[in-house]
Each structure stands twice: as structure tokens, then as C-alpha cells.
Design a protein around this ligand. Structure first.
Ligand code: GLY
Length: 402
């Protein structure tokens, strides 16, 4: 975390006032392109947090392994990393302090799918979604039933809440923020929020949370990051799509979902067609970002269908982003709170990473990790320049601009 206290505080104010880079962000980035794989090579694309595990998945693909197994090999990396708080072990919990995980997968060659949602105590929900696909006559299992199925299949129950995630959750509790109340799509969102949103000037908010973080024993070097996650709840997530040299494809998405969510909330990640969709005849796509928005445009399915009808991976992804924009009639006051990235892979190996905004935080551009013989991180192409603001907004006392 490189943000200074001063930058952080001014960031709060700018975000709340809507005069940051996002405020003047109506012009689309002109860089309409997707990339091609090295001829005939297998390809893996995934969210940036999977970069360290690309080699493992790619090695499996190259040795003739199954595409879904390769994708799982990538995403289980972050699932098992206690320091990745967007997924699996160490994921940021729901409002009750319980880590609740979601995942779904599609296996192109067999045209099968599996999904789990709201799962407690099982870190590898990517594998669990695959188990549902392989060992049940169902496609989706949720909650307690999914957990019991996991145990029956030999998964270990374990505590997924790390000390770091627990302390950040306690900091959030102390800040008295929550997800009850109006959503972005509520026509009266401004009026309803005015009555209930935390009100303070940026400096006071920072000072109070910094003091609480110290009391909770959050290490000095971790405090800014923890405060940021409290004020701007992240959505985390990793998606991975894999294409073998023989043309077989699969996709998978896994997440701990929106931080501090209401228990039982499902985002897009376990929804086949939203968080992930693979069609062996066409391609594969997946999403990270604002789950509620992506569900409403069935993002991954929309993208694959767009490609089926002749769009390039880039255009197909941009079209899905524009459907989100359309849902808000282009209202930038609201769209600045939406964060969405799509990872798109066509059956011929052409791929694209597209996002609504350049990044979710200054200095943190959205990236797509790619391996087609050479592992690399590429910046996504964004529809708008600037960084998204996380919901719910913070109101600055003397200037209420939401
Ligand atoms: N995209 C992850 C979520 O909203 O839960």
C-alpha cells in the first residue's frame, strides 16, 4: 500500500464529491483491440491475482491435461493463499464475520456445469463446484447442503477467517457501516442515503478509523489497506478460462464475494452465465467486479453469445459493459460506483481483457493475466478512464455530494 495518509484523506473527499478522475470520465478509451495467441498454443487467461499460478495450469495443459483441471490449478492458488483476501482462505467475511464462498465452472468438452454458493468452512470452492458437476445430478448447491456435500466428498472443514481478515472485519463493525438500505438501483437512492450514510470530513473519518485500527492491533503497515477495505468494500474474485491445443475449453470463477455482505448474499460468481460461461463451440468468458450489476446483464453469457454472432472478444466484452451503462442510462453519478472487468477467450485463441474503469484504486490498474507460452500481465482496455468508487459512498459533512 503506497498511499500516504494525506492522499488517502483527499481521495475520500474527491471520491465523495465525484470530482476525481471518475468525474470527467465520459470519454471511452480508444484502443479497440484483442490479442491473438501464439499459433496453435494452449492459452490461459485469468484475473491478475492468478498470475503467480499460471505456470502450474499451463504446465498441465501442455502435458495434455484437462482444461477444467488446468483452470482449477490456477484459481486454487489464491484460494489457498491466506494473504489473498478476495477468495478462499482469508477471504473477507460477511457482516457477521463468517467467510462465505461462491464458485461456478463449465467444462466445454462435456458441456457440463457446477456451482456452489454461500459455502462456509471449505476453502476450495472451485474444486467443490467441479465436484457438484462430476458427482451429482444437480448443477447448483448452496449453504449448509453444499458444505455437507463437501465433507461427504472428503473436503476438510477449516476456519477460513484469518487474523488479518478478522481484524479488518472488526474495524468495519466499529465503523457502523452496513449493506442494509438503498442499493444503487433504487430510484430514491440519494434521498434515502442522506438519512443514513456516515457523515464526517475525510480527516475525521481517517483519524477515527486509524485510532480504532491501532486499538484492534492492526499492524501500522497494514492500517491504510484495512481502512480502505472498510470504507470501500472490495468484491475480490478470480476467473480463469483455459483453451487446449486441441481446441477444448473450460472456465471457472471463485470468490469470497462482496466484503461485509449480508449473510446469504450471492453475487455473480456462482451464477452460470454471469460470473462464468463457456461454450465449446464459441469461447469462454468470466467476470470480476460488481456482482449485482453483472447478474443483470448475464455478462459472461452475453459475451459468449456476442462472439457466436460474430463479434470479436474485445467488442463482445465492451458490449456487455455498455449494457451495464445502459442500465443506468449512462448516469455517471452512479456508474462511478460500478467496477467490472471481463476476461474473454475465443475458441481460436483470440482474447481480450476489458473493464468499465481503468482500475479500482489509483495506481492499481485492472489486469488480465495471460499464458500462451509466455506468462504476462496486461492492462485491460477500459471503457472509461479513472478509478471506480466503492459503494456505499462516504458523505463529507459540509458538502453532501452523492
Ligand atoms: N464479483 C464478485 C461478487 O460480486 O461477489
Amino acid at each position: 500500500m503506497t498511499l500516504s495518509r494525506r492522499e488517502f484523506v483527499s481521495g475520500i473527499a474527491l471520491g465523495a464529491l465525484g470530482t476525481s478522475a471518475t468525474g470527467a470520465a465520459a470519454a471511452p478509451t480508444i484502443e479497440p483491440k484483442q490479442k491473438m495467441r501464439a499459433a496453435g498454443a494452449p492459452v490461459i487467461v485469468c484475473a491478475g491475482n492468478g498470475f503467480a499460478y499460471l505456470e502450474r495450469g499451463y504446465g498441465l495443459l501442455k502435458s495434455g491435461g484437462d482444461t477444467l483441471d488446468s483452470a482449477v490449478a490456477v484459481v486454487r492458488g489464491p484460494e489457498e493463499d491466506p494473504d489473498d483476501d478476495s477468495v478462499g482462505l482469508g477471504g473477507l467475511p460477511n457482516e457477521e464475520g463468517v467467510v462465505e464462498l461462491d464458485a461456478c465452472c463449465m467444462h466445454g468438452p462435456s458441456r457440463r456445469a457446477g456451482s456452489v454458493g454461500g459455502v462456509h468452512n471449505i476453502k476450495n470452492v472451485s474444486l467443490l463446484a467441479r465436484e457438484v458437476m462430476l458427482h451429482t445430478g444437480h448443477v447448483m448447491l448452496v449453504g449448509e447442503g453444499a458444505e455437507r456435500f463437501a465433507v461427504a466428498r472428503g473436503f476438510a472443514r477449516e476456519n477460513l477467517l484469518t487474523e488479518a481478515s478478522r481484524k479488518t472485519w472488526l474495524l468495519w463493525k466499529e465503523s457502523h457501516a452496513d449493506w442494509w438500505g438503498p442499493g444503487l438501483a433504487d430510484p430514491s437512492w440519494k434521498e434515502r442515503l442522506r438519512g443514513r450514510t456516515r457523515t464526517a470530513d475525510g480527516s475525521a473519518v481517517f483519524g477515527r478509523l486509524d485510532g480504532l485500527a491501532r486499538e484492534l492491533g492492526i499492524a501500522p503497515q497494514d492500517r491504510l489497506a484495512a481502512i480502505h477495505k472498510v470504507l470501500f468494500p472490495p468484491t475480490g474474485t478470480i476467473h480463469c478460462s483455459a483453451l487446449a491445443a486441441n481446441g477444448e475449453m473450460s472456465g471457472i470463477t471463485t470468490t469470497s464475494g462482496l466484503a461485509w455482505k449480508l449473510p446469504g448474499r450471492l453475487g455473480d460468481s456462482p451464477v452460470i452465465g454471469a460470473g462464468c460461461y463457456t461454450d465449446q463451440d464459441v469461447g469462454s468468458a468470466g467476470a470480476t467486479g460488481s456482482g449485482e450489476e453483472n447478474i443483470k446483464v448475464a455478462g459472461a453469457h452475453t459475451i459468449v453469445e456476442n462472439m457466436r454472432h460474430g463479434m470479436s472478444p474485445f467488442d463482445a466484452g465492451m458490449d456487455a459493459l455498455k449494457r451495464i451503462v445502459r442500465n443506468y442510462s449512462g448516469d455517471m453519478e452512479r456508474l462511478k460506483y460500478v467496477d467490472m472487468t471481463y476476461y474473454v477467450l475465443r475458441k481460436d485463441g483470440a482474447y481480450a481483457g476489458v473493464s468499465l474503469w481503468t482500475g479500482y484504486q489509483a495506481g492499481h490498474p485492472h489486469t488480465i493475466a495471460v499464458h500462451d507460452g509466455t506468462p504476462r500481465l496486461e492492462k485491460t482496455v477500459s471503457l472509461y478512464e479513472g478509478v471506480s468508487q466503492e459503494w456505499p459512498p462516504l458523505i463529507v459533512a459540509d458538502k453532501v455530494h452523492i
